[in-house]
Design a protein around this ligand. Structure first.
Ligand code: AMP
Length: 172
């Protein structure tokens, strides 16, 4: 199936100069949604990567994280924006184009030494995924891979990530 044909391009969103890859048109397509989730899950099953937890970042990571965790028979761990999680957290700050942002995860979210896969819809500069990887490592877990629906190759995000398997289904 051609997933790319189901992804809509919106120029100048959220600001001028950005070509936004809109996955809502993929999500609403019943065959497209199933194929996307099944293909991503299959890639990790084929490479025999054992996964205890899928961790995904707010907000669009939450669309694919739980369904992928379900498929891989893993648990799901939310990585959230500051101040959203109720119990004690680890926090990591990361650079944005202008300024910094922060992500948090519950300190007791992962079992010690568990194997964690990080999932998001898009990898652009890689800043968000690299920050999430730091949280997983700070929590004492093993990062076993990354899964993305879309990879924006020219932005070189992959180079920012730790040396584990990186799977993306569609490249621009
Ligand atoms: P980055 O930290 O630069 O890799 O950005 C990753 C986050 O920004 C992802 O969670 C995406 O949801 C979002 N994002 C960045 N660029 C785009 C784009 N061109 N189209 C859609 N989403 C994007």
């Amino acid at each position: 199936m051609d997933i790319k044909s189901l992804i809509r391009d919106i120029p100048d969103f959220p600001k001028p100069g950005i070509l936004f890859r809109d996955i809502t048109t993929l999500l609403r397509n019943r065959e497209g949604l199933r194929y996307t989730v099944d293909t991503l899950a299959q890639k990790f099953q084929d490479s025999s990567i054992e996964v205890d937890y899928v961790a995904a970042m707010e907000s669009r990571g939450f669309i694919f994280g739980p369904v992928l965790a379900y498929q891989l028979q893993a648990g799901f761990i939310p990585i959230r924006k500051p101040g959203k999680l109720p119990a004690a957290v680890y926090a990591v700050e990361y650079e944005l184009e202008y300024g910094t942002d922060q992500l948090e995860v519950h300190q007791d979210a992962f079992e010690p030494e568990s194997r964690v896969l990080i999932v998001d819809d898009v990898i652009a500069t890689g800043g968000t995924a690299a920050a999430s990887a730091k949280l997983v490592e700070e929590a004492g877990s093993f990062l076993v891979g990354f899964g993305f629906i879309i990879e924006l190759r020219d932005l070189g995000g992959r180079q920012k990530l730790p040396n584990v398997p990186v799977v993306s289904l569609v490249e621009y």
